[in-house]
Unconditional design. Structure first.
Length: 150
């Protein structure tokens, strides 16, 4: 297994476990399986738990990806952050959509729905982070030849 893949699995796996743990704790104990009324909007407890876990795991996931997993990227930090936010927004939308379908229509327990949803999204996330967010320069024959001449 390549080192980068191992690091992604370790960092992403740790962040994933934290995400599921925070989701479970917030759904069952913080929101107590009750609708969260914010005045201007009411969130179902599993959507509120999703938001809470996201607020913690988003910055942690970015920092681990930037400094531990994809540390050889040539892109500037703010470009990486914007791209990371775009991919995470897609992941968050997919999480929201799939969890709601599983809970409301297929009657899954919310934590099981969250785990199932996460399994679906992991591959997409790794490939998009590797090839889009934290892109690295490819070794082309021209760049290899230029390095030999130096």
């Amino acid at each position: 297994m390549p080192l980068q893949t191992f690091r992604y699995a370790a960092c992403g796996g740790g962040n994933l476990l934290l995400d599921i743990f925070l989701f479970f704790i917030s759904f069952n104990f913080i929101f107590d399986k009750k609708i969260l009324h914010l005045g201007f909007i009411a969130l179902k407890p599993y959507n509120a738990a999703l938001c809470l876990s996201f607020c913690i795991t988003f910055p942690l996931g970015f920092l681990m990806s930037k400094y531990l997993v994809f540390n050889e990227s040539y892109l500037r930090g703010r470009v990486q952050l914007i791209r990371y936010m775009m991919i995470v927004a897609v992941n968050l939308f997919l999480n929201y959509f799939i969890i709601n379908v599983l809970v409301q229509y297929l009657h899954f327990y919310p934590t099981i729905a969250k785990i199932f949803t996460t399994v679906i999204i992991v591959t997409f996330s790794f490939l998009s982070q590797k090839h889009f967010t934290f892109r690295q320069k490819k070794d082309t024959p021209l760049t290899q030849e230029a390095e030999r001449k130096e």
